[in-house]
Write a protein that binds this ligand. Sequence first.
Ligand SMILES: Nc1ncnc2c1ncn2[C@@H]1O[C@H](COP(=O)(O)OP(=O)(O)O)[C@@H](O)[C@H]1O
Ligand SMILES: [Mg+2]
Length: 131
Amino acid sequence: MFKTIMVPTDGSEFASRAEDVAIYLAKKLHAKVLAVYVIDEKLIYPYEVLEDEGKSILKNVGKKGEEQGVKIKEVLVVGHPAHDLARIATNENADLIVIGTHGKTELEKLLMGSVAKSTLNSAKIPVLLVK
Ligand SMILES: Nc1ncnc2c1ncn2[C@@H]1O[C@H](COP(=O)(O)OP(=O)(O)O)[C@@H](O)[C@H]1O
Ligand SMILES: [Mg+2]
């Protein structure tokens, strides 16, 4: 159990804490980390800008993993972040999801953001919410 720990990240402070928890657990459990960034297909932004942003967010996780001797697999996909993360977890055989309660929108009055909520709702595996 807990051989592939998935951490969805949007580069926010919350996601950064989730990355640290995922890497910490992976080190303890001799697991690998799957770092996932979903480029929101609904965003009206030049694709290259979003792709560059995603790549640099994932590269940063890779660097943190390297520092800890933890293997990081980087996954960059285009889609709908709230809908796709649980499916990606299944496809990639992840057995734990570590996700921030909030992200970039920072509507902290809500219990959690829409991506976190939807992933928690549809995931078939344990979800660890990091606040
Ligand atoms: N585009 C994305 N790709 C991957 N993970 C994401 C993405 N957006 C959000 N997340 C994950 O979901 C967590 C909660 O973010 P979200 O639900 O979007 O909250 P908010 O509404 O505050 O932006 C983030 O900390 C991050 O772990
Ligand atoms: Mg968000």
